[in-house]
Design a protein around this ligand. Structure first.
Ligand code: NI
Length: 180
């Protein structure tokens, strides 16, 4: 398994509409990618990761909601070509994202969702979710359409964030150049 590089906002790869996977693409190579994505997510202490966050424009998401004691690894979930087929209610949700590091904001989400997807073996399943899982599913599925949770904030806040992350990127590039 390998840890992958996580794409950070603002990056065009986070803005692409991802394509569905074909049945013949659901093979060992894809399952290795799923394992790598889970490893990357655990290493960065995330609860979900979508393929565009590792630079791939395909409809693939991994999720692992921690247990009560905060530990992960027992509930890995792979969703291929996921779709929200039903939703109900709304709840406030404080979210962060591995592609928008060190930032959280409160937005609104559906309270419960039903999601249809394929697993890593191409088998269709339906998931009724509430609580953190419902929110995580909506957040990750948004990634597949090039959407980020910060899109729900005001233009002013988003522009401030963009400036902040561009500045951080520049500083990192500068530091890397000086280290050479
Ligand atoms: Ni995210």
């Amino acid at each position: 398994m390998a840890k992958l590089e996580v794409v950070v906002f603002p990056d065009d790869r986070l803005r692409r509409h991802c394509r569905p996977l074909k049945a013949e693409e659901i093979d060992d190579k894809l399952r290795t990618l799923c394992a790598d994505m889970l490893e990357t997510m655990y290493a960065d202490e995330g609860i979900g990761l979508a393929a565009p966050q590792v630079g791939l424009s395909i409809r693939l998401v991994v999720i692992d909601i921690p247990d009560e004691d905060g530990s992960q690894g027992k509930n890995p979930l792979v969703l291929i070509n996921p779709e929200i087929v039903r939703h109900e209610g709304t709840v406030p949700s404080t979210e962060g994202c591995l592609s928008v590091p060190d930032y959280t904001a409160e937005i609104e989400r559906f309270e419960t969702v039903t999601v249809k997807a394929l697993d890593q073996y191409g088998r269709e399943f339906t998931l009724d979710a509430d609580g953190l899982l419902a929110i995580c599913l909506q957040h990750e599925l948004d990634h597949l359409d090039g959407k980020l949770f910060i899109d729900k904030l005001s233009m002013l806040k988003r522009n401030m964030l963009k400036k902040r992350y561009l500045k951080l990127k520049k500083e990192a590039q500068h530091a890397a150049a000086e280290a050479e």
